[in-house]
Design a protein around this ligand. Structure first.
Ligand code: LMR
Length: 310
């Protein structure tokens, strides 16, 4: 499937699924499975290969389709193919969707694809665009939970900074773990600083690649769960005192992150509006890793924007 779009009003939900013409028979299978789920809020599923139908009056768009990296492909070839896809989808959002549409980009390289879609839809506020780092956030939460022997719900306020790539920085300096009835700082709960500053970080950074190696396919169920978490939090807000991670537009005013990037930050959401959690202390260890992932995003952006102008 190249692209999925979802049209949500609070209730009921009408799903619009867009794909390229040769994939329409396959999409019919997806439609059947959706119907067979007997989902309580799902009233209608429409599959189409027509952008004007798929993007019309959307409240929410989930852009999952992108060109995957193939053997022998250079990073810039991948970016060039994806700039074309996300330029066209941004233009379709601009032309057909509501100006209030919330756009979630999942297809990789998700941050830069999201930036290109936002730049291609100039009349839709940049704040309406976000990219998925909730999958990395959930991965980080789960790794800490398994290490501490507690459920994932007992771990909160991990942060994913930067790019949804192996340069991302999973940060637990503000994470709290509920253990034996007390709320402990993550470092006190885990009691293994070397693991938290080493293998924990690389495990989360490399998790997508590890899933592909094992399954011979990219993550599916965990990505779908993360998409649901992300969209639910946009619609219903984040719990009091908790923050989640998402890639959002950086204006250059927060945590020394350069402007004009889609960079993953800790955010809180209320009334369908996200706000970066400000004022968290950043030590030198974190600073170096936050800057390194920004450097990668700047390189991706500059290459992509050069293609955009062509
Ligand atoms: C993931 O994090 O699981 C995916 O983004 C990996 C990929 O390249 O599809």
């Amino acid at each position: 499937m190249a692209v999925d779009l979802i049209n949500i009003s609070w209730s009921p939900i009408i799903l619009l699924l867009l794909d390229i013409s040769p994939m329409l028979p396959v999409l019919e299978g997806v439609v059947m499975e959706l119907q067979d789920c007997a989902l309580p809020l799902l009233r209608e599923v429409i599959s189409t290969d027509k952008e004007d139908l798929a993007f019309k009056d959307l409240d929410a768009a989930i852009l999952v389709g992108s060109m995957p990296r193939k053997e022998g492909m250079e990073r810039k070839d991948l970016l060039m193919a994806n700039v074309a896809i996300f330029k066209s989808q941004g233009a379709a959002l601009e032309k057909y969707s509501k100006k209030t549409v919330k756009v979630l980009v999942v297809g990789n390289p998700a941050n830069t694809n999201c930036l290109i879609a936002a730049k291609s839809a100039p009349s839709i506020p940049k704040e309406n665009f976000s990219c998925l780092t909730r999958l990395d956030h959930n991965r980080a939460r789960s790794q800490v939970a398994m290490r501490c022997g507690v459920p994932a719900t007992h771990v909160k306020n991990v942060i994913i900074w930067g790019n949804h790539s192996s340069t991302q920085y999973p940060d637990v300096h503000h994470c709290m773990v509920k253990m034996a009835g007390s709320d402990l700082a993550c470092f006190d709960a885990v009691k293994d600083d070397a693991w938290l500053k080493g293998d924990f970080i690389s495990t989360v950074q490399q998790r997508g690649a590890a899933v592909i190696k094992a399954r011979k396919l990219s993550s599916a169920m965990s990505a779908a769960k993360a998409i649901c978490d992300h969209m639910r939090d946009i619609w219903t807000g984040t719990p009091e005192g908790e923050f989640i991670s998402m890639g959002v537009y950086s204006t250059g005013n927060t945590y020394g992150v350069p402007d004009d990037l889609i960079y993953s930050f800790p955010v809180q959401i209320k009334d369908k509006t996200w706000k970066i959690v400000d004022g968290l202390e950043i030590n030198d260890f974190s600073r170096g890793k936050m800057d390194a992932t920004a450097v990668e995003l700047i390189e991706e952006r500059d290459t992509a924007v050069a293609f955009l102008g062509q």
